[in-house]
Every structure is written in C-alpha cells, then in structure tokens.
Design a protein around this ligand. Structure first.
Ligand code: ADP
Ligand code: MG
Length: 348
C-alpha cells in the first residue's frame, strides 16, 4: 500500500465493503492459530479443545443511533446484542465482552449509568461477562465499541462460505420490522420538530419499535438447530438487509441463489406500516436492516426436520454460481438481487 501518493480517492467510491476489501487485501496471516481472519461474522482462533470466535462492532451517535428518541438503556442493551448476534451467526456461544466508550461533557453520570444498566441487562440475559474496556473523551457525541468473545468446538463452527448447490435457504423470525420501527421514530421526530406540543403517535406499533430499539440475538435459534440435529452449511446474521446478506453468503460460497418473494416472512404490522409509508414491504426487507435474524443454508435432506419449525422459514434454494443471485417476485418475474444494504460511506 502506498501511503505517500498524492491522489485523492473518495471513500464513497468504494463503499463500506469495497473499503474493507481494499484495506485488508495485504494482510498476511502468520499465526498458525488464526483459523479465519477478515471476511466472516467473526474471526476464529484455535485454542486447542475449543476455538475462539471474536467480533467487534462500533456504534456512533448520529450515524447508528439518535439520542433524541433512543433511550440510553435500550442503546446499551442493543449495542451488546448486535455483537452477540455475530457470535451466534458463527454457531458459537458468546462468553465475554469488552466495552469501550467515548463520551462528551454532555453526558452526566446518571446518563452513563443508564447505558451500563442496559448493557448489564443484556449480559445477564445472555449469560455473558463484561470483562473490560476503555473510557475516553469525545468531542462529538457518544461512541460505543464492543468486542464479543465466544467459543465453539471446531466441528460446530459455521462459516459464510459453506453453502452448496441445492441447499435450502432459511431465515429465522420475520424481517423488516426494525426498519419500519426506525421509519416511525424518524417520522415522529420530524413531526415533533415542527410542533413540539404534539405527542408522538406510536400507538399500535409496539412490535416495530421493540424490534428497532430492543432487538434480541437468536440464541434460541442456534439452540433449536442443535436440538434438531442440524448443522447449517453456511450462516450469517442479518444486520444490513436480506439482499446484501444473501449476496455475502453466495459470493463467499461461490454459488447462486433463487429467493422467492412470496416466502419472505413479514409480520402483518410490518407489511401494513410499510404500505402506510408508501413503501414496498419487500424492498424494506431486502434493503432495510437491523433485523438480527439468522440467515442460513441447510442440506435438502434436513427439510423434514425444519418444515414444522414455526420460527424458521425456507425462502429459497442455492443454485449454481452461473445462474446468479435471483429473486422470483410474487408476479413471477425474475430480478437480480442488488446489494442495497446500507452504505454508511455514501455522500449525503
Ligand atoms: P458484520 O456486518 O457481520 O458486523 P462487517 O460487514 O462489519 O460484518 O465486516 C465484514 C468483515 O470485515 C468482518 O470479518 C470484519 O471483521 C472485517 N472488517 C471490518 N472492518 C475492518 C477493518 N477496518 N479492518 C479489518 N477488518 C475489518
Ligand atoms: Mg454479521
């Protein structure tokens, strides 16, 4: 890499994934214990009997959250959960987290206590320990960086790259709700800006708001799959929208996919709210984000075991790479899947 050149390339030209690819292309792995470096939901390190999974996520005020409508306790909870979700996506069990925060003088002790109450609540719920971190000051709002450490037996770890032709593509829970929750919060924020005397109209939208403000990681789904005796061939968590996560699985597995729009699980409230906003519910699912559901592939022979699970939906199947990544729409038309996941580097 040449750091002395005088050219200037805008980061928005590469996008988030392009940038990560560019920056990590020269990494050379030298440790024998590094099983998996960049490129999956977590890195995998060999520790003898067990393998360690490690993953990190940073949340920045004004980019990932807006404190005008996100309570600090919820933010603390969510910032832990999004990390645990990546550990579960490797089919591993999270065990510890370290937490780093940057704070400006705007925050009081009571405010930071709230944030920590939320983090500790998540630790308790998922049975993990908060074992360290770092605290520093910030000139521009709150930054939270959390690293989660987990463990799994070598043979249990599931990567993004294992999907095979004719595998079933499955997803847990339902999709798009967190995105619609965000739309509602943003709408009420702009209404409030215009007229601070108006009370926010959040009635009947509890499910969507909860999915946005207090998501859960699908520990239960990882456990269910184990109980059913199913090891997915590949897995990823849905943080950026279904479309971009499917494309990650497919590109890393070197396969194609056929996704069926009519099979995508969408809660009726999500569907109706999308319509209220004049949005296409499917587009909200494909490009929205923050569902923190698990997207995974299983061998066709697992169909019988999976078909009656209320919380797992088969949404498509894996095809040859040459077929591409396609969605069969409700009308029968076929569309190429686009990576419209969020691009935080895009110029506004
Ligand atoms: P996720 O959405 O699962 O959190 P990301 O899209 O953030 O994953 O990251 C994709 C992969 O790139 C991960 O393996 C992550 O560890 C790696 N990665 C992201 N940013 C960097 C960076 N600045 N340097 C090295 N690796 C990175
Ligand atoms: Mg992930």
């Amino acid at each position: 890499m040449d750091f002395d050149n005088t050219e200037r390339t805008e980061l928005s030209e590469l996008g988030e994934f392009g940038l990560i690819k560019h920056l990590t292309q020269y990494i050379e792995i030298s440790q024998e214990s590094t099983i998996k470096g960049v490129g999956d939901d977590g890195a995998v390190i060999n520790n003898g009997d067990l393998q360690t999974v490690i993953t990190t996520d940073m949340l920045v005020e004004g980019v990932h959250f807006d404190l005008t409508y996100v309570p600090l306790k919820h933010l603390g909870y969510k910032s832990v959960v999004v990390n645990l979700s990546d550990v579960y996506a490797m089919n591993a069990q999270p065990r510890q987290i370290v937490v780093s925060i940057a704070l400006s003088s705007r925050f009081s002790l009571e405010a930071v206590e709230e944030l920590y109450a939320g983090m500790l609540l998540a630790c308790k719920k998922y049975g993990i320990d908060l074992v360290g971190g770092d605290t520093t000051s910030s000139l521009s709002g709150l930054v939270i960086s959390i690293t989660a450490i987990g463990a799994a037996k070598k043979e249990d770890i599931v990567y993004r790259h294992g999907a095979l032709e004719s595998n079933l593509l499955c997803v847990s829970g339902d999709l798009g709700a967190a995105y619609m929750g965000l739309q509602i919060l943003e709408r009420e924020k702009s209404v409030f800006k215009e007229n601070p005397n108006l009370q926010p109209d959040l009635e009947g939208k509890d499910y969507l708001l909860e999915r946005q403000l207090k998501p859960e990681a699908r520990k239960d789904v990882v456990e269910l799959l184990r109980e059913l005796g199913i090891k997915p061939t590949s897995m990823i968590d849905i943080s950026d929208g279904l479309s971009s996560e499917i494309l990650h699985l497919c590109s890393q597995s070197k396969v194609g996919v056929e996704l069926y729009e009519e099979k995508i699980p969408i809660d009726p409230l999500t569907f109706d709210t999308a319509r209220e906003f004049n949005l296409d519910p499917t587009v909200c699912v494909l490009s929205g984000g923050e569902d923190y559901e698990l997207l995974f592939t299983v061998d066709l022979t697992e169909y019988e075991k999976i078909k009656n699970s209320m919380d797992i939906t088969i949404i498509g199947h894996i095809t040859n790479e040459s077929k591409g990544c396609l969605m069969v729409a409700k009308a029968g038309t076929v569309h190429e899947l686009m990576a419209q996941g969020w691009n935080p580097l895009q110029k506004k």
